[in-house]
Design a protein around this ligand. Structure first.
Ligand SMILES: Nc1ncnc2c1ncn2[C@@H]1O[C@H](COP(=O)(O)OP(=O)(O)OP(=O)(O)O)[C@@H](O)[C@H]1O
Ligand SMILES: [Mg+2]
Length: 319
């Protein structure tokens, strides 16, 4: 693994076994996250973003099967024993989930959440140290330390998400995975949470994996972007070139009709048609049905990744 990468994902494949068949949720995904870099993962609902994000911390449900590598500090997280992964969680890599209500324990005070987190890594941690660490993290996330004794239900949705972020950064991890951290919040609160991330990006030495539907947020915060479709990385590029000159037809459609004067209101453009059935995938390109440039070959053969300058694109147009 190169020195400057925090995380390297190599040929990641994830399937879910279900009664009605195998869901091919992620296929052959490869990308890396450099130190201090913010990597955006975008794509429509159901294309495998959360599955990829959760795999990074080995938090997939028991019906998931993984192949490939997620390399952190020279080791593959996917094959690490659970006990060792537990040491990474929170301390080396942390995750902020989409819904802050279900990820905080309603009968535990904010302070107790920090205590539990810190105890997992240091069993006889002192209360003063917990309060000190929690206060700093809460402050960085915009929550007063006076609220350490409050319960989750005493907070608004936005405040709960700030507490989640504070828990995510408390042990100064190298990587934080944020899975749609603003989706369940209203627009004003979304903006406040983004402000917290802007601040983190500026002041902390963390790499951020930012999973989102919001192309405006990605344009503003990400250095690099992974565009996923039906479980595959369709385009992987630096943010500037991706927005200036999207190569994959899917990326082009996602960015189409985004009014570029109003960058903070870039919802994913609705593309006619729908994702293929992940239990019953087509033989050729997964985007074939919806692609304005589809040709005969696309129907028959699945495109590999092509390198175009320093970018990667999974499309026969770049053969
Ligand atoms: N536990 C599970 N068992 C079976 N299939 C699952 C499971 N979890 C997710 N899936 C399926 O895997 C695919 C990818 O889901 P995933 O949640 O990763 O998508 P996503 O890109 O995060 O979508 P969203 O934007 O809606 O959050 C979907 O088809 C989903 O239905
Ligand atoms: Mg998701």
């Amino acid at each position: 693994m190169s020195q400057e990468n925090s995380l390297e994902i190599k040929n990641l494949n994830i399937e879910y076994l279900t009664r009605s068949g195998t869901v091919h949720a992620v296929k052959d995904a490869s990308f890396s996250v450099a130190k201090k870099e913010t990597l955006g993962i975008v794509g429509e609902s159901g294309c495998g973003k959360s599955t990829t994000g959760h795999a990074i911390l080995k938090l997939l449900p028991s019906n998931a099967r993984t192949k490939g590598e997620i390399v952190y500090k020279g080791r593959n997280v996917l094959t690490m024993p659970e006990k060792e992964v537990r040491h990474l969680r929170g301390k080396d890599i942390s995750i902020v989930f989409q819904d802050p209500m279900t990820s905080l324990d309603p009968i535990m005070r904010v302070k107790d959440h920090f205590l539990e987190l810190m105890r997992a890594h240091k069993p006889n941690v002192k209360e003063e140290e917990v309060i000190q660490t929690a206060s700093e993290a809460l402050e960085a996330a915009g929550v007063s330390k006076k609220r350490l004794d409050n319960y989750p239900f005493e907070f608004s949705g936005g405040m709960r998400q700030r507490v989640m972020i504070a828990l995510g950064i408390a042990l100064k991890p190298n990587v934080i995975v944020a899975d749609e951290p603003t989706t369940s919040l209203d627009v004003v609160v979304q903006e406040q949470i983004m402000e917290v991330f802007r601040h983190l990006k500026k002041t902390k030495d963390m790499s951020i994996v930012l999973i989102t539907h919001d192309l405006g947020i990605v344009a503003e915060l990400a250095d690099k972007v992974v565009v996923m479709y039906a479980g595959e990385v369709m385009e992987y590029a630096d943010v500037y070139n991706l927005y200036k000159n999207p190569l994959h037809p899917y990326t082009q459609l996602l960015l189409k009709s985004v009014p570029n004067i109003k960058i903070d209101d870039m919802e994913l453009h609705h593309i006619p048609g729908s994702l293929p059935d992940l239990k019953n995938l087509p033989q050729g390109c997964r985007f074939y049905d919806r692609c304005p440039f589809a040709k005969e070959k696309c129907k028959k053969e699945e495109p590999p990744i092509f390198k175009v300058d320093k970018r990667e694109v999974r499309c026969w147009l770049y053969e």
